[in-house]
Design a protein around this ligand. Sequence first.
Ligand code: M6R
Length: 608
Amino acid sequence: MCGIVGYVGPRRATDVLIGGLARLEYRGYDSAGVAVIDGDVLEVQRRVGKLANLREAITVKPIEGSIGIGHTRWATHGRPSEENAHPHTDCSGRIAVVHNGIIENYSDLRSELAAAGHVLRSETDTETVAHLVEAYYEGDLVEAVRKVLARLRGSYALAIVHLDSPDEIVAARRDSPLIIGLGEGENIVASDIPAVLEYTRKVLALRDGQVALVTAEGVTVTELDGTPAEPEIIMVEWDLAAAEKGGYEDFMLKEIYEQPKALRETLRGRMGADGVIQLSELAMTPEQVAAIERVTIIACGTSYHAGLVAKQLIEAWARIPVDIDVSSEFRYRDPIVDARTLVVAITQSGETADTLAGVREACERGAKVMAVTNVVGSRVTREADGVIYTHAGPEIGVAATKTFTAQIAALTVLALRLAQAKGALSEERVAALWDELAHIPDLVEAELEDLGSIDECALAFKDATSSLFLGRGSGVPVAMEGALKLKEISYIHAEAYAAGEMKHGPIALITPDIPVVVIATQGHTYEKAVSNIQEVRARGAQVVAVATAGDDEIAHHAEYVVTIPRVSEQLCAIPATIPVQLLAYRVAKLRGCNVDQPRNLAKSVTVE
Ligand code: M6R
């Protein structure tokens, strides 16, 4: 929910901190701050609002010093204000702390600290950590932090500096992400990989419960009880260019256009020479697959919509019943999950708190849990029994785009594999579906070059206050994703419905001011979708139809038509998604919205 960075090495720390925070700003942008040890002074600068405000303050009044910590905030405890911005300091002003997560027992700790004479100046949970370190410090920062951690309930990724040990950063994590970029004579602590890529691709993934002592010369990792830990080192496959805009106006637009590549990478190597779908991550024998009685999918937001597509495919091809739940509901409703259930947890970031809690719940009930994630080494990869990676590269825009279609690609592979293992589809059918699936990246590439008509559709939405998205079959999750994209980046209210549901209530909303998007691609419900278009048009609505190339009929029914390449009905979710993503993007730009950093949102939701 927040982004943290720490730097120690020969460079000016603020340069690295501000650069790193800029790459983490997708995690929160309510306020930003840095604390840098400059000689015998701990300099703290904090500003409300976007990082640009802090950057400007530091340009006016530069801070020297080559060790420091920084933070970009998504407010949980306390409104966005300068007092509540991180870093937080202790009473002496010699200790500074940045934090991502929630200290659940902060209220008790505040009372205890106040009773002991500490003066707390903010409304945050984090400030208690700075004062606790002050209370426990006896000359060894790591030891003091260890004692503090034993007092904390909740989640944290922490980076802490103390003027008494001006060459050290102490970092620790529990239930919030934290990595350390390992450079030559310098090391960088961060919430996510893009913040360190300018300096190194060698990354230490700190595990839950570990504490790291970070100096310019090296990193020592120990468990919470002080025993030495074996660090997990990852070489990052992508480079800094992948985490930059590369000539595009926004990350979101770049990421929309990166979809052909993301799809190709995700599908690469999935078909064996023997005609068997390669999914060793499933690690199940045909007998074990045969014993699966049900699949349960858990996910949030966009990942949930990918799960809806997967439900349709697994049921259609593997003939296994599939339940799907938003993670925050699943975990609290005593779900029926046991050793005969395959639970599929979909999370782009691998850090979503509700999905992780759902994974734990499922594991406790004896289910086999497969994670589908885009982030190597993320939390879910350690908690699930197996991991299917999407290879979409880093997604910086808060609105998920390329990771959504990559999730659908990965889940389509899973559905085919389950069908094959169950013997529910013939070899010929699997081969034909695979051929078509493998061709989708090329189709999407061509589609992206030919979507100029979206600009005209966007004008119909520009001044709307509300809109509807309708679809049938695989068009339902696409409609839901289109509505989510539009509301999160353009702030236009958008509702999605299975088109057949419209007459059961939503049609009452239709007026000429409400534009309606109908996913009307060809398939066995095409004519029904056309009827739905007629019904809303009869009530004055303007319709944008997402239709199949070569459908000459549809132009007689809808004001605006956007076409997608012809693919078979069950595989059309990916191509049908591209126009709704671009529509949301263009509408948001027409309305002057910040598409990469929409208000109130953060990329990964690491709190419940
Ligand atoms: O990292 P996750 O896939 O678990 O994230 C789930 C949602 O928070 C995420 O999809 C969110 O809905 C995006 N803002 C959608 O664009």
